[in-house]
Each structure stands twice: as structure tokens, then as C-alpha cells.
Design a protein around this ligand. Structure first.
Ligand code: F6P
Length: 524
């Protein structure tokens, strides 16, 4: 029998109950009718911050919904938690850590204290080191192949930013990313590089991650073989908090770039973890990326909640997840340079908010982080958009559009933009047809986010927008968005299972299915 969970405090809030009631009242509302009844709807339901525009008019919400969502955010003390985060309190309570990725991009010169120490001088020193090292690599051209070895937060954001800002990159330096423990990832990369001119960046906060350390050792062995010498230390640098293990691996002290436990892996691109893309695009562009993020941080800190872009983006997500009860979201970016954004955003959102235990250690009885579908437009349209248009679940969409392209080949960009806009319209309007297979119910919600162009500054704003969206949702759900306990069990079991290969089947103690799989593989 399915056990009913006790209602957790969030659901007992009058503001939560008011939203549940409000949703019932809006159940039959058609988005397109909201436009018919209000000629100023677009004006009222869009927001600009510098060169980013957020249109949330194609949502089945009213101004009353926004007011009620804002009241819920206030009741959950969003403003208090926001101050705690920016102030350096240990809001990642399961790991007893502060959450200070915003400190990496602040222009505020005031000290930020962690464990009685001002962290700002450490940040500035690290950035100076990244600046001088990247400038040296860019000017000398001694290394023309940079291979970042890292996984998860030590790979995804860095590779995404590199691809997103490739237009600004030095094409004489090739940046590669190796993340998978599958030897194919490393081998196919090594086939592309010249050993003499290759620099490996081992990015691992802990320097214990199995994938990264295995790849790093194999890369080192390969290089030793290719260069026919054992000391290859001048081909390796590390980004890590674990200086001892990085040194033990053979990396010189001065080539270890710091990272701190108050920066979560998936929020770390603003630190030395950004070294690979900094080498590609140069430090000035890295600084612009930081400045863009800082601008969004300031907006997030200071704008009233009902005119606050990350808060609105987050709260509309809360509306869908907890009141309309929708299981997934889709985020499509209509710019090819953002082709790695899907993998990045999946980790950012799903590793942060895929939780079911609240901050009081109680199991929660409402929905939290949604499944995130993501791809670039128009590719997504030819892949999963059938479900978006006619599937049995409504999947709210974010359309990220870039108004000006870096590559204005005649006849392309307008078609790309037209496709994006057409999707939002098709989802809202639907279409009646006498053939039921060809009819579209419509009334499917979407947000449109428009960047003037994909510059480092604008990308910084966009990424900070989504970081803060995820933070806000974590606060409403009363979960810790900054740990990732859920990935640990699989890692531990993988280490145990390694020992079972080549054992006699009678000596392995496991469940039937696992035994069957091991037996099958061992006989191959
Ligand atoms: O996926 C789990 C995780 O712990 C991520 O949070 C982290 O970004 C990644 O592994 C890599 O960790 P590290 O930088 O310590 O190698």
C-alpha cells in the first residue's frame, strides 16, 4: 500500500494553500485568451535587465499569480536566505560549507569572511595566477593543445563556456575536454594532439574522482611513452583543493591552481576551473564573463521580488511543478555556440534540486527538481518536440534566443529566429483540425529569454540567472541545493564491483541480476 506522507511545513503555509486554490481557479484559463483580455499583457509580463530580456507572457498566470508566488517566496524567507548566501553563512548545511561562487565575481571590495578569514585576497591571488598563466600560454604558443581532464562540475561548465565563446577564441590553440572513464574518450583525444605541444589541466576539486585520476594517470603514461622520458611535469597543471595529492601525482606546486570548499563543483566555472576557456578566450573576456554574472547578482540582490528575473523564472517553475504538477521542463537555446549548455544545465539543475529530504532532515511530500530536457534549437524540434507539442504531459519550455548572430550567413539567422518564435506561438495557440492526429491542443506555456548577442558579458548574465533560479527553487522546496549525496552510492558500489571481475562466480556475494551480469561479462 502506498504510504501517504505527512504534509510538510511548506504545504501548511497559507501562501502555499492560497496558490493551490488559485491554480484551481485558473485551471481552464487559455493563455491566448489572457492576451485577448489584456492588450498590455506583454508589457506587464516581460522584464529587461541590461541586454537580456525575459518574456513570461505566454504562461497561464495572471498578475495575481505573480503576487501570490511572491508572497510564498517571502513566507519562505527567500530574502533572508539570499543574504545568508551572499554573506558567507554555511547554508550548505550537510557539508557545513558556505556557498560563495558569487564572491568570485563580485566588484564589492568589502571583506567576505569564512571561518574568520577574509577570502577576497585568496580570490584575487588565484585570478592573478590564472591571468598570468593564461597570457603566457597564449603568447608563447609553446602548447597549442590544451586537454582538460575533469568530470561533472570540473568539466561541464568549462567546456560549455569554451564552446559558447568559441567565436572569441584563439584558433591556434585547441582546447579538448576528456571526462569519461571510457578509455575511448581519452584515446580519441590523444589521437588529435601533438605530445610535445600538449598541456594537460587536471581539474578535480578533490583529486580523488575515479574518472579524472584514471584518465590523468593514463595521459601521463602516454606522454612518457611518446616523449620517451619519465619527467613530464612541465606538461601538467592542476586545478584542485587537494594540493598534496596533486603534488603526489607529479604536478609542481606553482602549477596548482586553487579552488575552495565554499565553491560547489557545478558553480565553479568562475574560479580557476575556468582556466581552459580562459586560455582560449583570454583573461579580458573571462573578466567580462565575471562582470556579466556580477551584474545579474546585483539585480538578484536588489530588484523587488516581483520584478526580479531569477526570482520570476524560479517561481514560475514552482508554479508548474507544485501547483500545476508538471514533471519536466525543456530548455532550448537557439544558438549553436550553446550546444554544450544542455549538459551543463542538467547538472546545475538536477544535481542541485533532485532531493527529497528537507533542511530539517524530514522526507518531503511535494515535488522538487523537474526532469530537464535540453538541446539546441532547431535540433530539439526534430528530436523531442513531438512530445512537447502533442505528448500526454505538458512540458513548460524556456526558449533562449540570441538576437544578433556572430555568423551572419545570408538566409540563416532569420530562419533560426523564426523557428524559435514559431514554437512559442504554436505551443500557445495550438490548432484545430478535423483530423485529430493533426490537431494541437495548445495552451502549452513557455518563457522566452533573449540575449542581444552571445558575448562573454551576456553569457555571464545568463548563467547567473539560471544559478539563482535554482537557488530560489531550493529555498522554496526547503532543500539543500549545494550537496550531491545522491551520486555517492553508485560510486562506492563501482569500486566494490571492480574487485568482482575475473572472480569465480561462486565467490561473489551479490543479488541474482548482478551475478548474472558479471557472469555474462566474465565469460566474454
Ligand atoms: O558528480 C559528483 C561530483 O562530486 C560533482 O559534484 C563534481 O563536480 C564532480 O563530481 C567532480 O568532482 P571533483 O572536482 O572533485 O573531481
Amino acid at each position: 500500500m502506498k504510504q501517504e506522507l505527512r504534509k510538510t511545513p511548506r504545504q501548511k503555509l497559507p501562501e502555499w494553500k492560497a496558490l493551490a486554490k488559485h491554480q484551481k481557479a485558473l485551471k481552464n484559463v487559455q493563455i491566448k485568451d489572457l492576451f485577448t483580455h489584456n492588450p498590455k499583457r506583454f508589457d506587464e509580463f516581460h522584464l529587461n535587465h541590461e541586454s537580456i530580456m525575459f518574456d513570461y507572457s505566454k504562461q497561464s498566470i495572471t498578475l495575481e499569480t505573480i503576487e501570490k508566488l511572491t508572497q510564498l517566496a517571502k513566507a519562505c524567507d527567500l530574502e533572508g536566505w539570499r543574504s545568508k548566501m551572499f554573506g558567507g553563512e554555511a547554508i550548505n548545511m550537510t557539508e557545513d560549507r558556505a556557498v560563495l561562487h558569487c564572491a568570485l565575481r563580485t566588484k564589492d571590495t568589502r571583506p567576505i569572511m569564512v571561518d574568520g578569514q577574509d577570502i577576497m585576497p585568496q580570490i584575487h591571488n588565484a585570478m592573478d595566477k590564472v591571468k598570468s598563466f593564461s597570457e603566457k600560454i597564449r603568447s608563447e604558443k609553446k602548447y597549442t593543445h590544451i586537454v582538460n581532464i575533469g568530470v561533472g562540475g570540473s568539466d561541464l561548465a568549462s567546456s560549455m563556456v569554451y564552446e559558447a565563446l568559441k567565436y572569441y577564441s584563439d584558433r591556434e590553440i585547441n582546447i579538448h575536454f576528456v571526462s569519461n572513464i571510457d578509455g575511448t574518450d581519452l584515446m580519441e583525444t590523444l589521437r588529435l594532439v601533438d605530445p610535445e605541444k600538449t598541456l594537460f589541466i587536471v581539474t578535480s576539486k578533490t583529486f580523488t574522482t575515479q574518472e579524472t585520476i584514471t584518465n590523468a594517470h593514463s595521459a601521463k603514461a602516454w606522454l612518457q611513452g611518446e616523449l620517451k622520458r619519465t619527467d613530464v611535469s612541465n606538461h601538467f597543471v592542476a586545478v584542485s583543493q587537494n594540493i598534496e595529492l596533486a603534488k603526489e601525482f607529479g604536478i609542481n606546486d606553482e602549477h596548482i591552481f586553487p579552488i575552495w570548499d565554499w565553491v560547489g563543483g557545478r558553480f565553479s566555472l568562475w574560479s580557476s576551473v575556468g582556466l581552459p576557456f580562459c586560455i582560449a578566450i583570454g583573461f579580458d573576456n573571462f573578466q567580462k564573463l565575471l562582470d556579466g554574472a556580477c551584474s545579474m547578482d546585483e539585480h538578484f540582490k536588489n530588484a523587488p521580488l516581483e520584478r526580479n528575473m531569477p526570482v520570476l523564472l524560479a517561481m514560475i517553475g514552482i508554479w508548474h511543478r507544485n501547483f500545476v504538477k508538471l514533471p519536466a521542463i525543456s530548455i532550448t537555446s537557439y544558438d549553436q555556440y550553446l550546444w554544450r549548455f544542455p549538459a551543463y544545465i542538467q547538472q546545475l539543475d538536477m544535481e542541485s534540486n533532485g532531493k527529497t529530504i528537507d533542511r530539517n532532515n524530514a522526507r518531503i511530500s511535494y515535488e522538487t527538481g523537474p526532469m530537464v530536457l535540453s538541446d539546441t534549437g532547431t535540433n530539439a524540434q526534430h528530436a523531442y518536440f513531438q512530445t512537447i507539442h502533442q505528448g500526454s504531459s505538458v512540458i513548460p519550455c524556456d526558449f533562449i534566443i540570441v538576437a544578433k548572430t556572430h555568423n551572419p550567413i545570408e538566409g540563416h539567422h532569420n530562419k533560426l529566429l523564426a523557428n524559435a518564435i514559431a514554437q512559442t506561438k504554436a505551443l500557445m495557440d495550438g490548432r484545430d483540425n478535423e483530423n485529430p492526429h493533426k490537431s494541437f491542443a495548445g495552451n502549452r506555456p513557455s518563457n522566452t529569454i533573449i540575449l542581444d548577442e552571445l558575448s562573454p558579458y551576456n553569457l555571464g548574465m545568463l548563467l547567473a540567472l539560471y544559478e539563482h533560479k535554482i537557488f530560489v527553487q531550493g529555498i522554496i522546496w526547503n532543500i539543500n541545493s549545494f550537496d550531491q549525496c545522491g551520486v555517492e552510492l553508485g560510486k562506492m558500489l563501482a569500486n566494490q564491483i571492480i574487485d568482482e571481475f575475473d572472480k569465480d562466480i561462486d565467490d561473489i556475494k551479490s543479488d541474482q541480476s548482478t551475478l548474472g551480469i558479471l557472469n555474462y561479462i566474465n565469460n566474454k
